[in-house]
Design a protein around this ligand. Structure first.
Ligand code: PGA
Length: 243
């Protein structure tokens, strides 16, 4: 079954998140697939209540690398889990670039997610310059190595990887299917070589209802990570129906 994730980023106020989550719950009333919403932290508790009786799961956009203690401003995975969070994005490119999140920090966050039974969705992807210089595959392999090398095969049983070319996020420029699938093959190969056999690989970057299908299919990606089109329940339902 494919996986569909709507990442709301910091686009909505808590009131708007509640209204939007209610609309999603209605639109997904008869949904049978695997789809989740990632609201911002301030909206998580309220959205969690709305989704509790729905067919949608709950994800967070990030989590702390610590679970309790003197870590000002951090959000504990313990508390996320108790709010019903089942998944967490880790290493989204916006956090890597604006907040300088390092591979070492991402590895610590993955460890924390796993120890609190939250499924980590590790985001990787090259920026425009790296692609232009022909370094996309090297950059992605380094990101995988940096975040995952310290884990055992058993540790990473629940891991999901999302390939999101940075130049494609929020730009309307989705990646060409063949190029994206070449990256997926590289990620699959890297995982297999490490013994991580069945890691689902999602695509993200300007996914819309009219281009989503091109990334899916039996030889395509295992799901999609959606930003802009994931704010609208009807658009996201169209995408999530391509199961
Ligand atoms: P986008 O965002 O669909 O708006 O390009 C994707 C993402 O950042 O996860």
């Amino acid at each position: 079954m494919k996986i569909f994730i709507a990442n709301w980023k910091m686009q909505l106020s808590p009131e708007e998140s509640v209204r939007t989550a209610r609309r999603f719950a209605r639109v997904f009333r008869d949904y049978k697939g695997r789809a989740l919403l990632c609201p911002d932290f301030l909206s998580l508790a309220a959205v969690s209540k709305i989704l509790a009786k729905s067919n949608l799961s709950l994800g967070s956009q990030d989590l702390s690398a610590f679970d309790r203690g003197a870590y000002t401003g951090e959000i504990s995975p313990l508390d996320l889990r108790s709010l019903g969070v089942e998944y967490s994005l880790i290493g989204h490119s916006e956090r890597r670039s604006y907040l300088q999140e390092s591979d070492k920090l991402l590895a610590a966050k993955i460890k924390m997610a796993l120890s609190h039974k939250i499924i980590p969705v590790l985001c990787v992807g090259e920026n425009a310059l790296e692609r232009k210089q022909g370094r996309a595959m090297t950059v992605i392999k380094n990101q995988l190595k940096g975040a995952l090398q310290s884990f055992s095969i058993a540790d990473l049983r629940s891991l999901i990887i999302a390939y999101e070319p940075v130049w494609s996020i929020g730009t309307g420029l989705s990646c060409d299917r063949d190029k994206a699938l070449r990256v997926k093959a590289t990620i699959n190969e890297w995982c297999q070589r490490g013994g991580f056999k069945k890691v689902p690989v999602l695509y993200g970057g300007s996914v819309k209802p009219d281009n989503a299908l091109s990334f899916l299919g039996s030889d395509g990606f295992d799901g999609l990570l959606v930003g802009g089109a994931g704010l609208d329940p009807e658009s996201f339902r169209k995408i999530a129906d391509l199961n």
